[in-house]
Write a protein that binds this ligand. Structure first.
Ligand code: NAP
Length: 332
């Protein structure tokens, strides 16, 4: 069969750089997909996609690519050497393509969805090594928001944080998708979860106590009570963390939603033996372990908003606004 016979026109969301300017716009375009597969490839009909802050970063920095890293879907066709999947399997995609084992991170993880083509598209062709069965207890939308947030949460808590049963955990920016997932995971180990939020009057499942992000942590949380801090905010709060962390405690830095730079006194670090560790997404091995943990403990990402495909700009604007809890999904 020639390529023309195997080619089909599909809809996808593409980032397009405007002529003679640095501006980028997002458009649903018709694009051809060649349905002939290499031996280890799978063709997936996408059912839902999950949004991440990474998408905004990708839109700003790259152009002429299909956006999106997180998705769930149904296997429609498999290459002749594919052994792990069959037609009609329900699957999710691990978007991190160059990292196999936790202890050997690449200099920078390759994540699909900028600069390479991503998953906000009716169909995706991908090597079977990046595809996994969808946990049955999750809806398409919940499963679509799991990959990056689940992987980041799992590495933060288990690989880097070495979380133990009954510990006191502080999670910052608690309304975020990664933060809420970490709270839910930590609860399976019977940990006490304290979250920080700009809205400390809200009630969140899996969170024992919410303290205001702008409060005096030593007063609201107590002196040297916390075993593990998981921080997505960065910035000025870091010196407050040192006051509430136990001697030899760990602070995992995985985001900078508030500020990139931190300001710390070395004296505070060395007397208290504080361990500050950076963390980001994770390896294929951690993705597999995360999926087992999610299945065995019925972990379910919180999806507050679901948009139709043609309303994707509303979804992107909501993502920019940060005016939501948990995750945002788009259905196809
Ligand atoms: N390293 C990685 O591999 C990786 C992977 C995924 C995400 N991330 C990063 O992790 C962070 C969290 O991502 P996310 O998608 O869960 O959510 P996010 O929207 O960046 O923020 C999570 C929460 O942080 C609080 N927050 C946000 N901006 C703030 C500000 N300027 N000042 C004070 N609080 C603020 C808000 O909670 P309240 O409304 O409750 O205050 C918000 O819901 C981001 O920085 C993201 O880039 C990193």
């Amino acid at each position: 069969m020639d390529n023309k016979q195997n080619s089909k026109i599909i809809k996808a969301i593409k980032v397009i750089k405007e002529e003679n300017s640095n501006n980028r716009s997002l458009k649903i375009i018709d694009t051809p997909i060649d349905e002939s597969l290499s031996p280890w490839e799978i063709l997936i009909k996408i059912k839902a996609v999950g949004l991440n802050h990474r998408d905004l970063h990708a839109i700003q920095n790259f152009s002429d690519f299909i956006i999106g890293s997180d998705a769930s879907g149904i296997v429609k066709k498999v290459g002749k050497c594919v052994s792990n999947f069959k037609v009609n399997d329900k699957v999710i995609i691990n978007p991190v393509t160059n990292w196999n084992y936790p202890a050997s991170p690449p200099k920078e993880p390759n994540i699909i969805g900028g600069p390479s083509n991503g998953v906000f598209s009716e169909y995706v062709k991908i090597n079977q090594k990046h595809v996994f069965l969808k946990p049955c207890h999750l809806s398409w939308e919940e499963a679509a928001t799991l990959p990056l947030a689940g992987l980041t949460s799992y590495r933060n808590l288990f690989t880097k944080g070495r979380i133990e049963k009954n510990q006191m955990i502080l999670i910052t920016g608690i309304s975020g998708g990664v933060s809420l997932l970490m709270a839910q995971m930590a609860k399976q180990l019977n940990c006490k979860v304290i979250g920080t939020s700009r809205n400390d009057s809200q009630d969140l499942e899996y969170v024992d106590k919410i303290v205001n992000t702008n409060s005096n942590f030593k007063k609201t949380i107590g002196d040297s009570n916390i075993d593990l801090i998981l921080d997505n905010l960065g910035g000025a709060l870091f010196s407050d963390y040192i006051e509430v962390i136990k001697p030899n405690g760990k602070i995992i830095s995985f985001g900078n939603s508030m500020e990139e730079k931190i300001n710390l006194s070395t004296r505070d670090l060395f007397y208290k033996q504080v361990n500050i560790l950076g963390s980001s997404v994770g390896s294929k091995k951690e993705f597999i372990d995360m999926l087992s943990f999610v299945k065995n403990n019925n972990i379910t990402p919180f999806v507050e908003y679901i948009f139709e495909f043609d309303k994707f700009l509303d979804a992107i604007n909501l993502l920019k606004s940060k005016n939501y809890k948990g995750n945002i999904a788009i259905v196809l």
